[in-house]
Design a protein around this ligand. Structure first.
Ligand code: SF4
Ligand code: SF4
Length: 99
């Protein structure tokens, strides 16, 4: 069990978007081929016509990693492994689902 799940079970961190898991970053922009959407078992990767990329809902993602391996441009990272230059996408993914 990841630490995030343990914290959830303890009732901590209930603010939406606080616990980001896997996230989508800049390389998705302009590609947006939806390979990740097809393999996600919980249908938590979304976008819309006005967006250049897809986003992962941090409240629904179960950390399975299936999306990461199918992305043709390596745009998906586990939170802790996200390159420094793309750390801002942690908030960008979560914010998309606060609309
Ligand atoms: S890690 Fe799994 S659950 Fe989370 S977005 Fe990727 S495919 Fe979906
Ligand atoms: S597989 Fe990669 S490039 Fe394709 S939509 Fe998902 S994150 Fe974007």
């Amino acid at each position: 069990m990841r630490e995030r799940d343990a914290r959830r079970r303890c009732g901590e961190g209930e603010r939406k978007g606080e616990f980001v898991t896997y996230i989508i970053t800049e390389p998705c922009k302009g590609v947006k081929d939806a390979s990740c959407v097809e393999v996600c078992p919980v249908d938590c990767i979304h976008s819309d016509e006005g967006q250049e990329m897809y986003f992962i809902d941090p409240d629904e993602c179960i950390d399975c990693g299936a999306c990461e391996s199918v992305c043709p441009v390596n745009a998906i990272f586990y939170e802790e492994d996200t390159p420094e230059e793309w750390k801002e996408y942690l908030a960008i993914n979560a914010d998309y689902f606060k609309k």
